[in-house]
Design a protein around this ligand. Structure first.
Ligand code: FAD
Length: 396
């Protein structure tokens, strides 16, 4: 009898959880990802902002998916052809019977001229490294020309990514200034947000606590300020003001991976493929879509926002429904369980809402640490927890 070919695309939170569930069910599959490792996207601000070395923030895919039935292929997906049950990759086509698309997102620049060309992004291990190196290099070269733009960092966007990054930078930069002997008084982190408020997903009192923590750490937070244009080392604002900085980082938004729109899948205004209650594409019953690539409408009638926890839950669910399908069992509708949102503002302070309760300060940081451990345990049990915690102690 010919084996059912299951193909999973992307090894972020969604793809990893699909793969782990399939592996645990003994179901053979192939996972294609552009790297042979899985990185912890929700924590990338930590190594980018100098908290630790990069090693604790990724795992080798083969170290998680260890069974013979799990096939991992490092490859770049270049085209989806759901009408042919085929995916084209850099190294050739792959045919499948069932497909799980977990290809994540792409940056949304909202048409701001120059943003794509001149801003750094925080979205992968590589881009996190780029930010870390760029800032260190700018500080290291300050003494050559005394150019104060070297010491200014502009972060566009004050959602989770922007706020967490600024919080992290605020803790790291005094250390970096000391290392390169630059005047700390001239160091500036500017966080720009077009909306009237930061962290819109959190209750008002938590946003206020986050704002005050950022300001106390010296971050210059400007809300209600839209970026209209970006040029080389220069950001123009709708007020007519111009800010100059060697490091410009954009965290202002995401849309789905562009491969979905090109694949003739029905997509929403953010390019995410529409899925039904079972996480199947509305166009192809043998295609499941999860995470930031999927547009799933929740019980409240609104599309689920793109988050790591939603991606992980959808990934697990898609795998279970796929297995149900293979065993001719009815599919089960997906229900998102909101386990809360936590934002760190540096290593020792956080804000968040978990199970209907607000957490501010060290308690939120501890909850965030606990959620990291839980995730590591899910990936590889106590072995993975020990391995990654051990690496944390060795700073590069
Ligand atoms: P991803 O995790 O982006 O995974 C997609 C995978 O597909 C990647 O491995 C990528 O390499 C691979 N891929 C993409 N294109 C190709 C291709 N063409 N070929 C092969 N492989 C490809 N969410 C929260 O819930 N809580 C938080 O606190 C939080 N904090 C965040 C902080 C930061 C700094 C950032 C950047 C994001 C944060 N998020 C948070 C959002 C969260 O990380 C995303 O929603 C989540 O990663 C989406 O998971 P995913 O599996 O859909 O996609």
């Amino acid at each position: 009898m010919e084996m059912t070919r299951i193909l999973v695309l992307g090894a972020g939170y969604g793809g990893m959880m699909t793969a782990i569930e399939l592996e645990q069910a003994g179901q053979p599959f192939t996972l294609v990802n552009k790297h042979d490792y899985h990185y912890f996207t929700t924590l990338l601000h930590e190594p980018a902002g100098g908290r630790h070395a990069f090693e604790p923030y990724y795992v080798d895919l083969h170290d998680v998916l260890r069974r013979d039935t799990s096939h991992v292929r490092k490859d770049l997906v270049i085209e989806l052809r759901p009408y042919e049950n085929r995916v084209l990759t850099q190294s050739g086509p792959i045919d499948y019977d069932y497909l799980v698309i977990a290809l994540g997102n792409a940056p949304e620049f909202f048409g701001i001229p120059g943003m794509q060309e001149h801003a750094l992004l925080l979205r992968s291990l590589q881009t996190a490294r780029q930010i870390n190196r760029q800032i260190e290099q700018a500080f290291a070269t300050y003494h050559q020309d005394q150019d104060e733009r070297n010491l200014r960092i502009i972060v566009g966007g004050a959602g989770l990514t922007g706020v967490e990054l600024c919080g992290e930078l605020a803790d790291w930069l005094p250390e970096l200034a000391g290392k390169y002997g630059v005047p700390f008084a001239k160091v500036e982190v500017v966080n720009l947000e077009a909306a009237p408020t930061i962290l819109p997903m959190l209750p008002v009192e938590l946003r206020a606590a986050a704002e005050s923590a950022l300001r106390q750490k010296g971050v210059k937070l400007l809300t209600g300020v839209a970026i209209t244009k970006v040029r080389h080392e220069r950001v123009e604002l709708h007020t007519g003001d111009v800010l100059e900085a060697k490091t410009i980082i954009w965290t202002g938004g995401v849309r789905a991976n562009p491969l979905l729109e090109k694949a003739c899948l029905t997509t929403d205004s953010r390019g995410r493929a529409l899925v039904d209650a079972y996480l199947q594409s509305v166009d192809f019953a043998n295609v499941f879509v999860v995470g930031d690539s999927a547009s799933f409408t929740g019980a409240d009638g609104a599309p689920l926002p793109p988050t790591g926890q939603a991606a992980a839950q959808m990934g697990e669910w898609a795998a279970r429904n796929l297995i149900n399908r293979l065993h001719n069992r009815p599919l089960e509708p997906f229900h998102f369980v909101n386990r809360g949102t936590l934002a760190s503002i540096g290593p020792e302070f956080g804000v968040g809402r978990v199970q209907g309760v607000n957490a501010v300060g060290v308690s939120a940081s501890l909850l965030k640490e606990a959620s990291k451990l839980k995730y590591l345990f899910r990936l590889g049990g106590l072995r993975m927890v020990k391995q990654k915690r051990g690496q944390l102690k060795r700073k590069e």
